[in-house]
Every structure is written in structure tokens, then in C-alpha cells.
Design a protein around this ligand. Structure first.
Ligand code: IMP
Length: 201
């Protein structure tokens, strides 16, 4: 049986790894942007995760016949009125790194008591083909911003996102454990249900 081609419209390696492992049971041949469109990039200018995910998914549609999966995600901190939000990846602009983004959050949250450290990760997934959106899913996970980094798994803000039910930061969870509770894991679980229902691929 030939495998259906699926383009993962992301350049974030941490994200791509999580999505690929989640979809490993499906007969997809997964391609990444680095492999297929190394010279093109979509500029994320949306005000919401959904706008960015739709934009990313449709941007490559003209040049790719098969399925395209895009995901936009980020961290929303209640005390910071939802920041960094859609700017999560670029929070420590102009030369952002995960390390600098974390530092910036911890500095902004300095002295803020535990009950005001509520935050959530949001994931919006958009599946499209030939310029049409087929499925859109939004999920989140709630937790607390820690006072310092803890754990070395995962990526991004995982070391400062404490998940109360497991009493650990997301960076202290093994990849499978993180996938079972995270915003992206929850969205991908729904995507899997949809793929089965729709008989895809
Ligand atoms: P995007 O590639 O524009 O969607 O950027 C998402 C950004 O949000 C990442 O670069 C991280 O900073 C943050 N983020 C999203 N999901 C996660 C996660 O699962 N763990 C930690 N940080 C995340």
C-alpha cells in the first residue's frame, strides 16, 4: 500500500518530533518544510493561534497536492494578560532563544505569588488540502509558572510550566507522559479520532 504524503508545516523541531511520534501508527509518509520548501517561510502575523495555523496550512497549498498539517501554539499567562501568546516563539525578540524567552517570563513574574501564576498552553491544529481547510482543532492545558527552571525534556517553556495533577513541570515528564497531557497531545488525540472517523489516510 502506498503511503499518503503529509506535509508538516512547521520549522520547530521539538514540535515536529512530537507530532511525528503521535502520528506514527498512521500510514503517512511525513515530509517537513526543511525537506520540501527550505527557502520559503510563512510570516506569522495573525492575532490568534487559529489565524496563524490556518495561514501556515494554506500557504503551502498551491505547491503541495496532498495533506498539510499546521499547528500554532503558545503560552498564555493570566497575570501578563495573555502574553506571550502568539508571540511565544519570539518573546525575547530580536534574537529569541528558548533560554531568553524563559528568562524574560521569569523576570516579568518575579515576586508574583503562586495563586497569580496561572497559565495555559494552547495548541491549534489545522489540516488542509488543495487550498481548503478540512479540520480545525483547538486544545489547551492549564498549569502554573514556576519560580525557576526544572527538568530537561521537551522544548520551549516546558521547564517553567508546572502541571499540578502530576506535580511536575512538563520538562520533567517523559515524552509519552507529556503527550498524554499536553495541549498538543490533546489536540493530536482529537485529530487521530477525526482521521479514523473520516477514513484518512
Ligand atoms: P510557533 O512555532 O509559532 O507555534 O511557536 C510556538 C512557541 O510556543 C514555541 O516556540 C514555544 O516557545 C512555545 N510552545 C508551544 N508549545 C510548547 C510546548 O509544548 N512546550 C513549550 N513551549 C511551547
Amino acid at each position: 500500500m502506498s503511503k499518503e504524503r503529509l506535509l508538516l508545516a512547521t520549522t520547530n523541531k521539538g514540535k515536529a518530533k512530537e507530532i511525528e511520534s503521535f502520528l506514527s501508527e498512521f500510514p503517512f509518509k511525513i515530509f517537513t518544510l526543511q525537506e520540501v520548501f527550505p527557502k520559503q517561510s510563512f510570516v506569522e502575523e495573525g492575532n490568534t493561534f487559529a489565524e496563524n495555523a490556518r495561514g501556515k496550512s494554506l500557504f503551502y497549498s498551491h505547491q503541495w497536492e496532498d495533506l498539510i498539517l499546521a499547528e500554532d501554539s503558545g503560552l498564555e499567562i493570566e497575570h501578563l494578560k495573555g502574553a506571550p501568546g502568539v508571540l511565544s516563539a519570539r518573546f525575547s525578540w530580536p534574537q529569541p532563544t528558548d533560554e531568553k524567552n524563559i528568562r524574560k517570563v521569569l523576570d516579568l513574574m518575579e515576586g508574583v505569588p503562586l495563586d497569580k501564576r496561572k497559565a495555559r498552553f494552547v495548541s491549534c491544529i489545522v489540516l488542509s488540502q488543495k487550498g481548503k481547510i478540512i479540520k480545525e482543532i483547538k486544545e489547551n492545558v492549564t498549569g502554573l509558572i514556576t519560580y525557576e527552571k526544572k527538568g530537561s525534556y521537551g522544548f520551549g517553556y516546558d521547564p517553567i510550566f508546572y502541571y499540578p495533577p502530576l506535580k511536575k513541570t512538563l520538562a520533567e515528564l517523559l515524552p509519552e507522559e507529556k503527550n498524554s497531557v499536553s495541549h498538543r497531545g490533546r489536540a493530536l488525540k482529537k485529530l487521530k479520532e477525526y482521521l479514523v472517523e473520516a477514513g484518512l489516510p
